[in-house]
Design a protein around this ligand. Sequence first.
Ligand code: AMP
Length: 405
Amino acid sequence: MTNINDFNFKSKKVLIRVDFNVPLNEKLEVTDHTRISAAKPTIDKVLADGGSVILMSHLGRPKGKEDKYSLKNIADKVSDIIGVDIIFSEECVGDIATKKASELKNGEVLLLENLRFHKQEKEGDRDFAKQLASLSDFYINDAFGTAHRAHASTCIIAEFFPKDKCFGKLLAMEIENIDKVLKDSQSPITAILGGAKVSSKITVIDNILDKIDNLILGGGMAFTFIKALGGNIGNSLCEDDKLDLALDILEKAKQNNVNIFLPVDVLAADNFSNDANTKELDIDKIPDGWQGLDVGTKSIAIFDKVVNESKTILWNGPLGVFEMSTFSKGTIELGKSIVSATSKGTFSLVGGGDSVAAVKQFGFASGVSYVSTGGGAMLEMLEGKELPGISAMNKAYVSDNNHTI
Ligand code: AMP
């Protein structure tokens, strides 16, 4: 795939698919602008070359047009971060968008209304994609968070730019960092998977078992393994229909010489609440009425040693119910171990919604090598799937829309 730095965008109108799906509070103010800031390097490059920028994104899950999901709500924030006054188009396609795009001058930035106000976006409608494409000379995809969706603006649109398209800086960096783990990582390689359910991570585990040396399993999903091995897990989270699957994973790990580290102890609670009564117990001796909501002290020490002896680390999913302070210690201590390993030269990749939230909440983001912005997209890459938004960019199309740069 062509690198963005191989292009000069002087006097070009460049349509950039960004992921501005940012959280808003009840006053419709942006509460976390990470995703807007993450798109800035690509926007800066086009503007610095002397081109103009047309930004398109989705926001939330609107059912038709809903004011609270209008991208107008974030226009001021985008202006602040990009450092250029944003021109807003109340439509993403049609007469208004066409007029505003055609009037756009070099150095200006146009923000289109929410793509998902049109159901054709998620349907991957070809005509809708063509209308979007007609606004510009060049297409950049910089939205990693939606790269696993074959939507009009993330995938189908690539067809209308046979040559004049490339990944944005963010998307290129995401691919590069995930490839560092999957393709050219240094051993020992340790994957740490936590979170609620085995079922949502099973394909990832399956795809990475032949690439890693150590697998640390924590969070709610660990209990399915412990029960499958004959332990008493009390009222802890468990997927009873996945017990055989858990044993299969353990067997496959053995065949691949992967060391599996399950927690040996837990912080158990007598109910799912921050002020529940708690006690540390062996993970396989949890009585009825108690549930494991965090890993225990011995497990933290074991995981710390494994992490600090690793050269490559992949972390997805918290080790406990980190949203409640009483059960956040395992996740915090793991974060500290990863930061410590990273400071000694280990490459650490953190991704997936909840682990990213934990890393940010506890202030570890700057201490790890890379924090991936796309939860679902990252997991699908780790599962070994080809993402539609990425493969569409790599295809050579013969198109009826003859863009050149
Ligand atoms: P996931 O989306 O699968 O990564 O799961 C993340 C969620 O798992 C977080 O909201 C955690 O609170 C939850 N979680 C982690 N450990 C446990 C546990 N031991 N019991 C119940 N939920 C847990």
